[in-house]
Write a protein that binds this ligand. Structure first.
Ligand code: IFM
Length: 464
């Protein structure tokens, strides 16, 4: 089946006309200025200021100082030749307590950023929530509490009223799996809770928040609306072992199907509900929720970094809380493939398999790779270059995988590199560099890496 939006020629790695090329960032990871102009703390401010939570107790207080340096960053985007820029709005900057009127100074910042992007011919691709929940809302229960979903939809509606004239693409959530399971079950992300039942309720309320926000944005005539999931193929370490095959089914259920099924089929997968039944029931899922969550979307964002290879341990996994409710006896296994600095195996085929699987099994709306990229230990040479050949190779192989998925019939319409800039990599602090642009965190000096120069050739040629 050929993608409906343009001719695809598999003999060259040329992409269809109108293919979206971009880079992605998120507010807390780059903006800094956490106390400026009425912004109040988010859960990530609280988490990073709690000793022992983040590598070297680093915080996003300054990050890339993008709040003040965005004009330079927009020029870098123009140098990269991207058609689109994916970034998130900081809820605690726009609506400091998570409810009530919008903060004019926060709106002014994003308004200036949008104007600057549009002046450079770059289309903004806005994410409403990339993990920085206003602390006030966490204090009253956070995502495990249903009202947080309602507050999120109200925030989305207000923001769209004020910024919607300049934004075509709206993403409700980025990677709700991380918000729910890393934040509320494993406790390695903000708010750092370790309560498996709370995590499952959080996952449902994130999805409900998405559904309520979609309805609110549709009522206001918003452009294209979608959501971004972190997806990965999940394999059994020993496929001949039934216990490992079952481990793979359960982890696939929690990472992929727990989100894909309600969003694209309007129902939670029955096997996953059974797996987690001893962690929590479904009392928090109310009549009508799944119809909201499963409302049609205009696009699905896919973030892909690495596959998961799992096996069942014969004893419960040691070492503290796990993100895997209903699969605490599962551990991930490495196969000895080359890795990035995150310790993630490099497997571009996993992107191909993810895109084609979602396309085949779910018949989703158009797909966009909304994040793909890699951390490596970059250094600036005395001549001022960053020779990041490994990142270039990583991106080339993954863009080629997206192209193969297109050739196989998946309607893949864009590719965003994570990330524009080296930035605050959550629990890893500033130790892991994902940028196409190097940032010296002492001086805030930006240096385009070799991979960035290479990516600029791809975006301009619309071909590999
Ligand atoms: O930095 C993160 C981003 O915030 C969400 N997706 C994965 C990236 C790399 O870990």
């Amino acid at each position: 089946m050929a993608p409906p939006h343009g001719r695809h020629d598999p003999s060259t790695a040329r992409f269809p006309e109108g293919f979206v090329w971009g880079t992605a960032t998120s507010s807390y990871q780059i903006e800094g200025a956490v106390r400026a102009d009425g912004r109040l703390p988010s859960i990530w401010d609280t988490f990073t200021h709690t000793p022992g939570r983040v590598h070297r107790n680093q915080t996003g207080d300054l990050a890339d100082d993008h709040y003040h340096r965005y004009p330079e960053d927009v020029s870098l985007l123009a140098d990269l030749g991207v058609t689109h820029y994916r970034f998130s709005l900081a809820w605690p900057r726009l609506q400091p307590e998570g409810y009530g009127p919008l903060n004019g100074a926060g709106l002014d910042f994003y308004s200036r950023l949008l104007d600057s992007l549009l002046d450079h011919g770059i289309s903004p691709w806005v994410t409403l929530y990339h993990w920085d929940l206003p602390q006030t809302l966490e204090d009253s229960g956070g995502w495990p509490r249903r009202e947080t979903a309602e507050h999120f939809a109200a925030y989305a509606a207000l923001v769209h009223q004020r910024l919607g004239d300049r934004v075509e693409h709206w993403t409700t959530l980025n990677e709700p799996w991380c918000s729910a399971f890393l934040g509320y079950a494993a406790g390695v992300h903000a708010p750092g809770r370790t309560d498996g039942a709370a995590a499952l309720r959080a996952a449902h309320h994130l999805l409900l928040g998405h559904g309520l926000a979609v309805r609110a944005l549709r009522e206001q005539g918003a452009g294209a609306i979608g959501v971004t999931l972190n997806l990965a193929p999940v394999e059994a370490a020993s496929p001949e072992r039934a216990a490992d095959r079952d481990a793979a089914r359960r982890v696939d259920g929690l990472v992929n199907r727990f989100f894909l099924d309600p969003l694209l089929r309007g129902a939670y997968p029955a096997d996953v509900l059974a797996d987690v039944a001893d962690v929590t029931g479904t009392e928090h899922v109310r009549d009508g929720d799944l119809a909201l969550i499963g409302a049609p979307l205009d696009f699905l964002g896919v973030n892909y970094y690495t596959p998961l290879v799992v096996r069942r341990r014969d004893a419960p996994t040691p070492g503290g809380p796990t993100p895997w409710g209903g699969a605490a006896d599962v551990e991930t296994v490495k196969r000895g493939l080359p890795e990035t600095a995150m310790g993630w195996e490099i497997a571009p085929d996993g992107l191909y398999r993810t895109l084609t699987r979602v396309w085949r099994e779910y018949g989703p709306p158009p797909l966009y790779v909304t994040e793909n990229g890699a951390a490596f230990d970059d250094r600036v040479t005395p001549e001022g270059r960053v020779c990041d050949e490994e990142r270039r190779g990583f991106l080339e192989s993954h863009i080629a995988a997206a192209h193969r998925a297109l050739a196989a019939g998946a309607d893949v319409r864009g590719f965003f590199v994570w990330s524009l800039l080296d930035n605050f990599e959550w629990a890893e602090g500033y130790a892991k560099r994902f940028g196409l642009v190097h940032v010296d965190f002492e001086t805030q000096r930006r240096t385009m890496k070799d991979s960035g120069r290479w990516f600029a050739e791809i975006t301009r040629a619309n071909a590999l």
